[in-house]
Design a protein around this ligand. Structure first.
Ligand SMILES: [Zn+2]
Ligand SMILES: [Zn+2]
Length: 334
């Protein structure tokens, strides 16, 4: 099932690591990133997970009082687009899967804006996600809803909960940075942004206040800009991203034979900017497009096409139709 990927750039990346795992290999200690201060990480993860819900309460109160500023929705939309696309186009398709090449400055901008999404430093994000692909839905996958899942409804819910957010509190199956992201550690721009993650995370929240103030013209608009562009946007971007790990390995169609439980979930395609065509993605991980054809909307794929058209992206990876046909399941429904 991994033959497709072996000839692709990401496999070259893994293969270039000194002891990259082979296809079908079992997870070993060298695959796992040790947690230096697990209780601190858990506390920070707890705050980042709970704080947006507190923001949601504040926003509900603000809506109840009829105090929503038009600037709030503009700040939300700007921040959702910037951080969401930086995760999908930057963290995922560029840094994890090398679907295209671009200038160091563009790599830096995508790494910074992706950090503003507050889903962790870029090198950790990439290492975990590459390990997910290497052990997809097998022991060693950091966030499979199926591994060690018990039977029955309780088991299903626990599996989905683990894949959605529970795994963020566990450090026993995180991807080793040296093994899974050696190329990014060696990249001076990306490793600098990864090391200074906290600066970008806090700077991004300051940007939300600044945007609200600039558009609304008052300190009040700045504060509610922080609420909508910061807390509410984090809530939506986080849970939309997390849904790829949970829902898209559980519900939806499996047109391609990938050997795992990845699925295409059409209704989630627009809010995820195309990432919900997740069975397509597991079938062809390095493809810059995740939606195949006009019936599968893929905003991130369009952004990469637009970047290529203006010279900001090159060596864009696309999958020939005959390779797609060869990988289709005999039965095309889940
Ligand atoms: Zn997946
Ligand atoms: Zn991926």
């Amino acid at each position: 099932m991994y033959d497709e990927r072996r000839s692709q750039p990401v496999q070259a990346t893994l293969a270039s690591a000194p002891s990259a795992p082979g296809v079908g290999e079992r997870v070993g200690p060298a695959d796992i990133q040790p947690a230096s201060n697990e209780s601190l990480y858990r506390t920070i993860t707890g705050i980042v997970t709970v704080a947006p819900f507190v923001g949601l309460g504040l926003a509900a109160w603000q809506l109840w009082d009829g105090l929503l500023h038009p600037s709030d929705l503009i700040v939300f939309a700007i921040m959702y687009l910037l951080t969401g696309l930086a995760i999908t186009v930057g963290f995922h398709r560029l840094f994890t899967h090398r679907s295209f090449k671009t200038y160091p400055a563009v790599r830096g901008i995508l790494a910074v804006l992706g950090s503003v999404a507050i889903e962790g430093p870029v090198i950790s994000w990439v290492a975990d996600h590459r390990k997910h692909h290497a052990f997809s839905d097998r022991h060693g996958d950091p966030h499979s809803p199926h591994v060690d899942a018990a039977d029955g409804l309780r088991g299903v819910l626990r599996g989905l909960g683990h894949a959605h957010v529970g795994w963020l509190f566990i450090h026993t199956q995180r991807g080793s940075h040296e093994r899974y992201a050696a190329d990014l550690i060696a990249d001076p721009v990306v490793s600098f942004v990864s090391r200074t993650f906290l600066v970008w995370a806090i700077g991004g929240l300051a940007l939300c206040f600044g945007l609200g103030y600039a558009i609304g013209g008052t300190v009040d608009a700045g504060l509610t800009g922080l609420l909508w562009g910061g807390a509410i946007r984090m809530l939506v971007v986080h849970h939309v991203t997390y849904s790829i790990n949970s829902l898209c390995h559980f519900f939806g169609r499996k047109p391609f034979d990938t050997g795992d439980e990845s699925r295409n979930l059409a209704w989630l395609a627009l809010p995820t900017f195309g990432e919900a065509w997740h069975n397509n993605h597991h079938a062809f991980p390095t493809s810059a497009a995740h939606g195949f054809g006009w019936r599968q909307p893929d905003v991130s794929g369009l952004v990469i096409r637009a970047m290529a058209a203006v010279g900001l992206a090159w060596d864009v990876v696309y999958v020939p139709a005959e390779r797609m046909r060869a990988k289709l399941q005999v039965q095309t429904s889940a």
